[in-house]
Design a protein around this ligand. Structure first.
Ligand SMILES: [Zn+2]
Length: 215
């Protein structure tokens, strides 16, 4: 039997210093109880928004009548996934996808220069690589079930931000954002992504792991 590769954590740490979408409420972690202050235990109060760090988008994020995170099927976030490297420094375009022969129900993760460049910047990177609206429509045509990207939005900061979300979420695709693939190699993987069980939520922070498959 071939040795199994190890799980790789591709979520980013939740800290007040993590990259956040401009003008989004800040993430804070403050002590509520502290042993150092004479309390019997340590307990923290944590504030964050539903789209901080590594997280999922529910259709409700951009569609007023879209379903919430409660409707997430486990199949969308647990199972084989393809990690695809795209070297375009602006966006993921249909030309980069056509040769891949994506199948209906596929879970597709994109590694771009964001993984090695954007996360390393001192603050939010407005020039991150995104999925163009044309590529979003192509993913929908292929029947892709789940798409994951390596910065904080599937759509761009300057371009296609709303359009790409509308196309993907409108087609019922599940979105994972804020992944970090700097240590991941392109190819076939197992995916395990578990968003927090926030009732009625438009999105939720998630822990996400991948593991290399031999085929
Ligand atoms: Zn989003």
């Amino acid at each position: 039997m071939a040795p199994r590769s190890e799980w790789l954590d591709v979520s980013i740490p939740i800290t007040p210093a993590m990259h956040a979408w401009p003008d989004s409420p800040p993430t804070t972690v403050t002590p509520h109880l502290a042993i150092a202050q004479g309390d019997v235990c340590n307990v923290s109060t944590i504030h964050f928004n539903s789209h901080c760090g590594t997280h999922m988008d529910a259709p409700l994020h951009f569609l007023a009548k879209g379903v919430s995170m409660d409707a997430l099927p486990w199949d969308a976030v647990i199972g084989p996934a393809r990690l695809i490297e795209v070297t375009d420094s602006e966006s993921i375009k249909p030309a980069a996808l056509r040769r891949l022969k994506l199948k209906a129900g596929a879970r597709v993760l994109f590694k771009t220069r964001n993984s090695t460049r954007s996360w390393k910047k001192p603050g939010f990177d407005k020039d991150f690589v995104y999925i163009s609206k044309e590529a979003a429509a192509y993913l929908v045509d292929c029947g892709v079930q789940t798409v994951g990207v390596d910065y904080l939005s599937v759509g761009g900061f300057y371009k296609d931000g709303i359009e790409t979300h509308h196309i993907l979420l409108g087609a019922g695709m599940w979105i994972i954002e804020g992944l970090d693939f700097r240590k991941a190699q392109p190819g076939n993987h197992d995916l395990l992504c578990l968003p927090l069980r926030l009732l009625g939520a438009d999105g939720a922070p998630a822990r996400c792991l991948i593991r290399r498959r031999s085929r």
